[in-house]
Design a protein around this ligand. Structure first.
Ligand code: CAA
Length: 270
């Protein structure tokens, strides 16, 4: 499918653009655009991100996406004003995490390019991404305990897996803000960038991914994510099935042939 309607659409809470990549497939950039609310993530906004990532998944011109915010905030959490009056039953029926669950299943990689605050749901959205590139001055945290709740979009699980129990407990139970450098040392962040370079650095990684076999990239992502919810034995079995599956692809034939013939491969994603 090569429908690019989503690029022309005026979304209420995000800006979407296509970044040309002369060396490979293009990158889709999604910018969260609620500057007056510190990019707080309301349900509509998460639906818009899911809609675009789904369209990217289905579009053969794109290989990867970058999700970013502005200098002040990647996102300062789920929209507190949207949740403030809700009781348990209302929040249950609202299915505020439906788009988050959808995004979890998308095949093409997406990278968070973080500057400013990535707090609560903002930190969780960054962790839902496949990598985090962060400006040195950015601040992370799960401050939900300050609001009488806990992280609800995967924070207790993804942060713990990334930085370990000792630090996750301290970060979530105190609700403190954490410098990007500390999160980098702890293993949450892929690349720590100068403040004026974080978006370029994230885009550069995305563009490099876009030069690889799209099918191999997707199956590698799927296999890595599987490591979080399986034993090592089942994970290795899963990886092996995907490895074998790639031997049925034209890209595998082309990639290995190109190596032997000392030339660059031409990928088809097939
Ligand atoms: N939801 C809704 N509105 C928010 C918001 C949020 N998460 N974060 C900031 N805003 C709004 C503020 O209410 C304010 O709006 P008004 O101008 O209309 O008053 C505007 O954005 C600017 O914010 P501040 O004036 O507070 O800016 P600041 O520079 O003084 O502070 C901040 C910045 C430290 C990020 C502060 O805004 C803050 O602490 N935000 C809330 C962070 C938080 O608690 N996040 C967790 C949310 S719950 C959650 O995410 C649950 C989950 O797991 C899914």
């Amino acid at each position: 499918m090569n429908d690019k309607e989503f690029l022309k659409k005026q979304y209420k809470n995000i800006l979407v653009s296509e970044l040309e990549n002369e060396k490979g497939l293009n990158v889709c950039q999604i910018q969260i655009n609620r500057p007056n609310a510190m990019n707080a993530l309301n349900i509509e906004l998460m639906g818009e991100i899911a809609e675009v990532l789904f369209a990217v998944d289905k579009n053969e011109d794109f290989g990867c996406s970058v999700i970013t915010g502005n200098e002040k905030a990647f996102a300062a959490g789920a929209d507190i004003k949207e949740m403030a009056d809700a009781n348990a039953v209302e929040i249950y029926y609202r299915e505020m995490f439906a788009s988050w669950d959808r995004i979890r299943g998308f095949k093409k990689p997406f990278i968070a390019a973080v500057s400013g605050f990535a707090l609560g749901g903002g930190c969780e959205l960054a962790m839902l991404c496949d990598m985090i590139v962060a400006a040195k001055s950015s601040k992370f945290g799960q401050p939900e305990v300050n609001l009488g709740v806990i992280p609800g979009a995967g924070g207790t699980q993804r942060l713990t897996r990334a930085v370990g129990k000792a630090r996750a407990m301290e970060i979530i139970l105190t609700g403190r803000m954490v410098d990007a450098d500390e999160m980098y040392q702890a293993g949450l962040i892929t690349k720590l960038s100068d403040d004026d370079k974080y978006l370029n650095d994230a885009t550069a990684i995305a563009k490099t991914i876009c030069t690889k076999s799209p099918l191999a990239v997707q199956l590698a992502k799927e296999s890595i994510l599987r490591s979080f919810d399986t034993t090592i034995e089942s994970g290795i079995d899963f990886e092996r099935k995907n490895f074998y599956l790639l031997f049925a692809s034209e890209d595998k034939m082309e990639g290995m042939k190109a190596f032997v013939e000392k030339r660059k491969p031409t990928w088809k994603g097939k």
